[in-house]
Design a binder for this molecule. Sequence first.
Ligand SMILES: *[C@@H]1O[C@H](CO)[C@@H](O)[C@H](O)[C@H]1NC(C)=O
Ligand SMILES: *[C@@H]1O[C@H](CO)[C@@H](O)[C@H](O)[C@H]1NC(C)=O
Ligand SMILES: *[C@@H]1O[C@H](CO)[C@@H](O)[C@H](O)[C@H]1NC(C)=O
Ligand SMILES: *[C@@H]1O[C@H](CO)[C@@H](O)[C@H](O)[C@H]1NC(C)=O
Ligand SMILES: *[C@@H]1O[C@H](CO)[C@@H](O)[C@H](O)[C@H]1NC(C)=O
Ligand SMILES: *[C@@H]1O[C@H](CO)[C@@H](O)[C@H](O)[C@H]1NC(C)=O
Length: 534
Amino acid sequence: MGNFCSFTFLLLCLLMISQQMLALPTLPLHTKLRWIVDEDGKRVKLACVNWVGHLQPMLAEGLSKQPLDTISKKILSMGFNCVRLTWPTFMVTNETLSSMTVRESFQIFNLVESIAGLEVNNPSFLNITVVQAQQEVVKNLGENDVMVILDNHVSKPMWCCNRFDGNGFFGDRYFKPSIWLEGLNKIATMFNGVQNVIGMSLRNELRGPRRNDSIWYNFMQKGAETVHDANPNLLVILSGHDFDKDLGMLKNKPVKVSFKKKLVFEVHWYSFAATDGWINGNPNDVCASQVQFLRDHAFFLLDQGYPLFLSEWGVNLKGDNVADNRYSSCAFALAAELDLDWSLWALMGSYYYRENVKGMNEFYGALNLDWSEIRNSSFMERLSALQSPFRGPGLSDHEQYNVIYHPFKGLCIPKSVDAPVVPAKLGSCVQPEAWSYTPEKNLQIKDTYYCLQADGEGKSVKFGTDGDCQSPSAKWERITNSKFHFSTTVENTTLCLDIGSNNTIVTNQCKCLTGSCEPATQWFHIIPSTIGYD
Ligand SMILES: *[C@@H]1O[C@H](CO)[C@@H](O)[C@H](O)[C@H]1NC(C)=O
Ligand SMILES: *[C@@H]1O[C@H](CO)[C@@H](O)[C@H](O)[C@H]1NC(C)=O
Ligand SMILES: *[C@@H]1O[C@H](CO)[C@@H](O)[C@H](O)[C@H]1NC(C)=O
Ligand SMILES: *[C@@H]1O[C@H](CO)[C@@H](O)[C@H](O)[C@H]1NC(C)=O
Ligand SMILES: *[C@@H]1O[C@H](CO)[C@@H](O)[C@H](O)[C@H]1NC(C)=O
Ligand SMILES: *[C@@H]1O[C@H](CO)[C@@H](O)[C@H](O)[C@H]1NC(C)=O
């Protein structure tokens, strides 16, 4: 797109970008080192949302609340290009369950209100089987250009996960490997030829006391071959130990499969990997240690040349969960830096029936309780920059440059035309300014003499040139363990980059360098990109 996106054509260009995002890529997908690419070799960034269909009723949630087509269109309008749709093994391996109509399935749990809702919003679903219903959901997503990853979430239909629920590891009460393979084969076969189904994840969140590497390799490789044999178009997605937090064994021993360019790994990351840390510790320290853990247990796979799909992450969207709030800026920063493929937990505003509760609210859900509106529009705005790629094959010929990204706002410093715009403000990441962080510790607009210079506490930063850039107030240290604070000195006072009113970029006293507190407005991250710069 590069040169075309000059200022004059910015609007047209934005239009092209948004239209590009609306169409399906040329399928099927395959992998190219750490990237997922389409038939043209162009990167496809998975920006998915999890949609549950693995609970006792065995139907994709929300169909009692809104017509299916309305939900599909909502998914696309929120900027997601893909759904990770969860399913339980027994839905296809147990004849009693697979032959059940949706109405029968709901009647078992006396879900009278949900049945009434289905009669209003999706009446045709009541009289088809739960398996046909899943096919209908996938088909409608396809008609709306939404890609689908089918995720084997549990064996026995139920809420997931705890260590002792019988669904945790090969050999558990409900997790007989032969039945699991049969289920994978059935689903992979059933969706062979359904274009928008681009991948299958073999099993969600392995866990529990049976954890064992050699068993993991044995069955994961068998599962991968089973899916690939039945449907060679699919990306085959493998999860790790301990609730999909640990793929560390792959450091020393790769997975062996007979096929190429289809293998993807997945990892999950929530605040509850370190709830006490986020609440009681300093977020700079906790973020740094969480990121290090993830690098050691999962992200090294990117360097080995495999895509890594952050297939579950998310926060309580009410905004009152301290751990989630602190975690979220760390997660946004990392997802942007590594430009990960990801799937948000979750789409659902509510559940038909979860853990014995009818109509349970999902506070992590992108949609509200009745699935009619976005639950938290400021979160969706924050998410939008992560829905487009920052880099990857086939997207741009430009050499890599740096973007200044603000994870708390989900915004970047946008590109200015000639001289930098004053005061500098956060804005869209679609056409970000290109920066260099020089060895002299200047934050310099790439290929210019302009450098960011502090002007005093509470004041907007200014743009110095030449000699100004030698001044201490134009030298920026990346401090704390997170490296997200940029500190400088003005008249012997240490100040940090921060956000002022109207998203202007200012300097303030550095905050939350130690202790349990909220540093995130002062968190800035330098991330590599090749997109949108000319
Ligand atoms: C199939 O599912 C039904 C209903 O949950 C259950 O009663 C039955 O035991 C299952 N059959 C097998 C072979 O697991
Ligand atoms: C539901 O399906 C059954 C069996 O296929 C059929 O006999 C019945 O008429 C259908 N009912 C409705 C309301 O479509
Ligand atoms: C893992 O499973 C294998 C094969 O069943 C067994 O030989 C081995 O002892 C197990 N390892 C551990 C650590 O339990
Ligand atoms: C959305 O999230 C923000 C930030 O976490 C929070 O302050 C706000 O109250 C939330 N809005 C709603 C409607 O829940
Ligand atoms: C900065 O500190 C130095 C050494 O402490 C002192 O000599 C100088 O006067 C201070 N400058 C300002 C502007 O406060
Ligand atoms: C913020 O922006 C609005 C609209 O551009 C403007 O009216 C207002 O004066 C600005 N506020 C500050 C404090 O700069």
